[in-house]
Ligand binder design. Structure first.
Ligand code: CMX
Length: 146
């Protein structure tokens, strides 16, 4: 039986919350704080040049918290922090077949930001759904590496 956090929402698309992204100004400083809050030192740090961010992934039960620091002023994270301040930036759902999910959500009329998936952190392929299509939440879809 599927565990909590896993759901089959439609035939052929298995989903779970992969991570929750939090936009931060200072990755190391925030990491020190979250290591204490989550009582976890098992962290992976990675640069994602395609998204102009440095990220730290902190495991949290069946999912993870992703801290994102902008690597340049052109990063979407830099713009978000400038306009809204630090805080929850996106929720990421892992899907089995990202191209199938993009096709399905586009056909439903949702605004998919990358019609072709792009490389994200840890070898994943990613896309986003615009927050105006999802009642104010930036939704990331990711397909894990095989
Ligand atoms: N969550 C909720 N709402 C958001 C948002 C977010 N993260 N970012 C922007 N918005 C809202 C703004 O508040 C604004 O709303 P109002 O018009 O009501 O004020 C609206 O979206 C602006 O939309 P826009 O003008 O179309 O676009 P922006 O230039 O503000 O960029 C977005 C927003 C989502 C299109 C852009 O950030 C983007 O392309 N994101 C995808 C890539 C990304 O986020 N990369 C960083 C993470 C990478 C990773 O996880 O590896």
């Amino acid at each position: 039986m599927a565990s909590i956090g896993h759901q089959r929402i439609s035939k052929g698309i298995e989903m779970k919350v992969d991570h929750i992204g939090i936009a931060v100004k200072d990755l190391q400083d925030t990491l020190n704080l979250y290591k204490k809050i989550l009582d976890n030192s098992e962290v992976q740090i990675e640069e994602v040049p395609t998204e102009k961010v440095r990220v730290a992934m902190i495991p949290l039960g069946d999912t993870r918290i992703e801290l994102l620091e902008p690597m340049s002023d052109e990063s979407a994270i830099a713009k978000f922090i400038k306009e809204k301040g630090e805080g929850v930036h996106h929720i990421t759902v892992a899907v089995e077949d990202i191209k199938a999910s993009i096709g399905k959500l586009s056909a439903e009329g949702l605004r998919v930001l990358y019609p072709e998936p792009r490389p994200g952190s840890h070898g994943k392929m990613i896309t986003f759904v615009h927050p105006k299509s999802t009642r104010g939440v930036l939704l990331e879809l990711c397909q894990l590496p095989k």
